[in-house]
Each structure stands twice: as structure tokens, then as C-alpha cells.
Design a protein. Sequence first.
Length: 569
Amino acid sequence: MKNIFSIAVMKPKYIFLLAIAVILVLAIITIFIGSRANKQLPGQSPQQNTASSTVSDLNTTSPVNESANAKPLFGTMIAFDINGAAAAMGAVDALQKGWTEFRKDNSAYQNFKSNFKKIIQDRAKLVKETGFSLDRGSFSYFTWNVIEPQKGQFDWELTDLYAQGASNAGVKISAVIQPFASWDQKNTSPLTNCNALDFAYYDYKAGSPNDLAEYENFLTKTVERYKDKVAVWEIGNEYDGRCGGYENNPQGYFNLLKISSETIKKVDPQAKVTNGGALEFSDNSIRNFWTKFFQLGGGQYIDYFNLHYNTERSQNPKLDPAIFQEKLIFFNSLMEKNGGKKPLYLTEFGIYSGSPSSQLISQPAQESGQVQTNLPTQQTPLEQSSNQPSGDKCGDGICDDFEKQNPNVCPKDCQTGVQQPTQQPQSEKSIPIQSLPKVSQEFQAALYFKDSIIAFASDVNTIFIDMVGPDDNIVGSSAAFNTEGRPRLFLTTLKTIASKISGFSKVEKIADSQYKFTAGNKIIYALWSGMFPKEISGKVKVTDMKGQEQFMDATKIKLKADQPVLIEL
């Protein structure tokens, strides 16, 4: 009993000291718990207030690009440029004679391969800097003539180097199948006025495969070997134009794509297949090519529709998102009328900057040790190519049902419609640019922002951007990096867009120049002109095209056409 009641009989001074001790212990515990609660955990970002920050700052612990489960919004174009390997050794002229001839010189080939390995190593860092997860490879890697230079003899060396390099850089491949082998095209005349280095890999001979069984065998082996590294298989590139081998022959291209798609999906049922990118609308022949392609049922053999938009890096740039939108509307409408829409796949796209002194017209031009040969690979004159296969095409003298229903497609066959003036192909060379408006990197970035948002709102799945290019070239200045490896401003803009709307499940156009994206549990607005939407109120997060963020009261935000913003509720 004494021990139980000992506290009660303690002297007052001891009771006071005990109370002080208890209070001190409780205070220490409170401070400790509070410090633990406020301590930043590994990988956790501190709460932001109104301070500005860039996209790169916001993503120091995780990549900017889309999550593993989200579709990639952006991809690189020819990140590992094999043509640069030829330029580095001064062998452009030798390669220009054709791959078959070039490959006979083993010493030159070994040097070429060594340079290519260095390019792969050097470019990997830039690829990772983009944060993108797809690369559209050079048109050489998956060319039948390169992989099977002689019937039955396969050489996977260069394609293996590229595929492994892409994998090491953390990207999957959009593979461009070129169905041409010189030994299969013995009776095909070389393309005329089509001297871009990209065509040299199949010796400038482009026509429908003659031995379909051998073509299927090549394609089967290729898909079996690379299916785990390839995200999408493209069947050709700009085959609707003069240098594509199928100009004015949509039936022939339909046949090629059908057998290619069926062969690929037989090997890999989960594979994604798309057409070779559609050229610009320089005249009605391109529209009519794809109109007939879809009328034939081409849509059932593709998972995406592949198109190009190089207008903003041409001699006649529009610098107007509305022109771009018209092309997207045309193809979406065309597919709706012929079996249903497929997502769009924008594999060539760009906007120039600066005051370019020269523009590439298909001919390789060495710029600071680079060969810029990828864009544009061809133009589209109205006259028929002399080496086109006969039957069901413009210029065969037969007015078929399609040409009767579309009199402007081929007036010389039906003797109706409005005859377009004949255009002579321009010689392929680097020509001076005249009277182009100067475009700042800020204006360029703003236009990339607008066109990208319009594209995603128009069912574009992925947009590909050229990787490296020189400043004084209209095509090169549209690339993500200059030849010294410095990123152009618009790369930050695209990374900002990807960081905000990647994985979006819904997009609505609420007004001209105003779009609303739903991404997870977030609502993101992309805005650049017009009255500020009334549905946005309170304090919101505003991100500009440079990736800088701040919290603002919605009533104080003023929209400017040259300063597009993303607003997050």
C-alpha cells in the first residue's frame, strides 16, 4: 500500500519537478513528429507555390516522356542518321552510285560501318534528352536490297546495329519497309530525277515486287527478327509520288500493302501496320491516289493512316495552323466514308526557323559534316513516271470507273475535266531560299505548340520530329537539335505538352484555338487566342511554351496568339 500511494504523499516541490519533466518529454516528441512529417521523402518534390520552374526542373526524378502505359505523343525522325556515316568518310559520291556497287568495296564498307557505330553512340544521348520513346528509322535499315543483297543471302549487320542502338537509347522503332531488291528489279528502269541518297540503298529501282514469294520470305524473316524492337511497320515512304514507284497506281500500292500487312500479322498478330506516308497536296493526284486506295478497301489493312506535312519547311510555307488542319480533316473525312476512321500517324512534320539560306531539294548536301537527305525526298509532278506498271492508272488511255466519277483525276484518259498545267521536275539540288519571312525560335515554338494540339485533337496518334539539322537550312532548322547538339526552343515546348497531356483520354474543342484535355484526374486547357473560357475560374496553374509555371487568378489571364499556354485545374 505504501508504494501505491507514495506519489500522493510526495512533497509539492517534487510534484512540480515531475510535471516539468513530463512537459519537456511531450515537447520533444511533438517536435520530432513534426520534423518527420515535413521531411521530403526520396523522390518526392516539394510543394510548389507561385515560383516558376521549367519542365526539366519538374522531372529530375522521372523522365518527361509519357508513362509506360500511355501512347507516345512524339517521336524522333532518323535519330541515328546512317547517311552521316558516308559523309564522315567523304563517301557520299561512292554511295550515290548505289548500294550494290558500294557494298563491293569491303574496305569502304568497314569504314562506313565504323562511322555508323560512332553516330549511334553519339546520338543516344540526344535521343534520351528528348524523352521520346519512338524513332522513325532511316529508309535504309529495313530495305530488302540491304538485308538480302543476293537472293537467299541475308545480311542483318547494319539493321542489327541500328535496332540495338535504338534499344540502348530506350526507344522502339517505326520501321520503314522498302520492298525493293536490285536482283528482283532486274527489268525495272532506274528512277529518273530521283537522286536522293535514300534511294541509293535500293539502286534507284522501285517497282512492284516481281517474286512475291521471295518478298514474303524477306518480310517474314525481318518481322521474326525485330518484332520485339519495332512498334510500327510502315510499308514504304511517299509511294504516291514521282520517286515512290507507285505514282498514279493506287491499285498496285493497295496490292503491296495488303500482302505486306497479311504477312506481318501472320508472324505477329499484335503488330501495328501503316501505309507509307502520304505526300503534300501539291495537286489533286495525291488526294485521288488515297481516295481510290480507301475505296479499294485499304483501310482494313492498316492500324494507322500515315501522312506527311512538310509545307512549313518548303519554298511556300503558310505558317498557318488552319492549312494544316484542312489536311487532317480531309483524311479523317475520307476514312469515315470508306470503312471508318483510323488514328493518324504524322511521320514527317516540321516548321523552319531563322532565315535559311538554302533549301534541300532531294540532292544530298553536306552541311557541317552532315548529309540532310530525308526531307523532302521527292516532289510530285503531274506527268506519269515512265517506269510505272501498266493497268488501272492515269496515262494508260483507259477511262476507268474511278476516273469517270472523278473527272479531274486524269483528264487525259477521259478527255474531261480541267487540265492541270504540266510541271517539269526540278533538278535535285540545294537551291537558295528567296523572300522567306524570318521566323524566330519563339514563333517557331508557338506554331509547333498550336499544330501539335490541333493534331492531337484531330486523332493524330504520334508526331515525329527531325532529330538534328543545320541552322541555315529550311529543313535542318526544323530539327530538335542543331549540328552542335544544342536544342531548339520548341523541343522544350513539345516536352512540356507531353508532360501535361500524355495519356489523355478525351479532348474537346471548346472554341477556335481552345482545347480541353482530360488526362487522368486532371483537366488541361490548351489556349492561345479568343475570349478566356468562362468555365475556368479561381486560382489555376499556368504553363507557358517554355515550360515555366506559375499560379494565377483566372481573371488576370490574357490570351495572346504568340504565347500559347496550358492551364491546369
